[in-house]
Design a protein around this ligand. Structure first.
Ligand SMILES: [Zn+2]
Length: 258
């Protein structure tokens, strides 16, 4: 069974595009909310689907207290399976005090916090907001809170692998680093990404079981429109139990406590 732990599917049209692109290979989809889209609408959308789950965005700027209350209610009612912070989008370091109650909340409900770097082709936040030493600090400060670094921490692959290696509560998803319309041909991107990850696994052999399959799928008319190349990367990297773990076993544990 394959769980895609990182998509941005907010509309029926995008969902249909995803089904077409994934061609029946993915059984469970986890959608990460962008703060541009209303959480309640997204929950309603998810309720019309089977095996479609939501990670809610935490907005530290607008009304963090209200956002926390809403998230707590959603955790209690099992409407969401985790929370996302995007330090770059909010122009705050991940260690900023405003984010602290979120880590405590996710720790309490045993749900992961996804740290999103927020980079997209039309938006490039300052790199200082996506600091792996901040994530290292948070992992130590909230040892009971699982943290997923999205996009394998791109462009900080080495640093991300090291932080996951040294903290048992830090995990890495492979989403977002292969895109359509790049200069490099797809097969070359798949090969390069596989080689880069394989190199990191050589340096940090403890992280093989901390890697999650994810795509960052956002729609067929966006640069993040691919599923199969990410499946190929996991296929290239792992066999047997390790492969099962990356494709869904680990996601089951982190999102669904199974
Ligand atoms: Zn994303």
């Amino acid at each position: 069974m394959i769980i895609d732990c990182h998509t941005h599917i907010y509309f029926e049209e995008t969902y249909q595009e995803y089904l077409k692109e994934s061609a029946g290979m993915v059984s469970v989809v986890v959608c990460i909310q962008s703060s541009r889209y209303d959480l309640e609408h997204l929950i309603e959308f998810a309720s019309t689907k089977k095996d479609f789950f939501i990670i809610a965005a935490f907005d530290a700027l607008k009304n963090p207290k209200r956002s926390l209350k809403q998230l707590e209610r959603c955790f209690k009612e099992e409407k969401i399976v985790g929370a996302k912070v995007c330090p770059g989008c909010q122009k705050l370091p991940a260690t900023d005090q405003t984010f602290s109650p979120l880590f405590t909340l996710c720790q309490k409900y045993k749900k992961p916090v996804i740290i999103h770097n927020g980079w997209s082709p039309d938006f490039a936040p300052l790199l200082k907001y996506f600091s792996l030493s901040d994530i290292d600090e948070l992992a130590r400060k909230y040892p009971g809170c699982n943290i997923i670094v999205s996009g394998f921490g791109f462009p900080y692959f080495f640093e991300s692998a090291f932080v996951a290696h040294k903290n048992k509560n830090v995990f890495l998803d492979i989403s977002g680093n292969i895109s359509d319309g790049e200069n490099m041909a797809l097969d070359r991107q798949i090969r390069q990404y596989t080689d880069d990850l394989r190199k990191l696994l050589t340096y940090y052999p403890g992280i093989e079981n901390k890697i999650l399959f994810g795509t960052d799928f956002a729609g067929e008319n966006t640069p993040l429109s691919l599923v199969n190349p990410y499946i190929k990367v996991i296929d290239n990297l792992f066999d047997g139990e390790m492969k099962e773990n990356a494709f869904g076993g680990l996601a089951k544990k982190l999102f669904f406590n199974r």
